[in-house]
Design a protein around this ligand. Structure first.
Ligand code: ZN
Length: 104
């Protein structure tokens, strides 16, 4: 399969996107399928003046992302119903190492 005209670099080995000439400029990036990690989380937030605490099932999505033409790839960390972060590889490794230490 030939590359679309806009694509400046070959896909990284982890990219699972089928790129086409019609891809919107915002979608011209390399991504993997991501990994969904179901977790149990405690969330606290205000409802009006009341602080509410709720324990609920949440999905965390982890994956890789790279804008076409850029050298740097990012590790995506998204929280279902919450925010998201794009971390440098070094930051992602540091986070993983720290999480491993906290488990011990
Ligand atoms: Zn790609």
């Amino acid at each position: 399969m030939s590359r679309p005209e806009w694509q400046q670099q070959p896909c990284p080995e982890w990219c699972t996107v089928i790129h086409t000439d019609g891809d919107h400029p915002d979608d011209r990036s390399h991504r993997d399928d991501g990994v969904v990690v179901p977790v149990i989380a405690r969330r606290r937030y205000y409802e009006g003046d009341a602080l509410v605490e709720r324990i609920e099932a949440v999905q965390i999505v982890l994956g890789r992302w790279q804008r076409d033409g850029e050298e740097q790839s990012w590790r995506f960390l998204g929280i279902d119903g919450g925010g998201e972060l794009e971390l440098s590889e070094a930051s992602f490794v540091r986070l993983a190492d720290t999480m491993r230490r906290l488990v011990a």
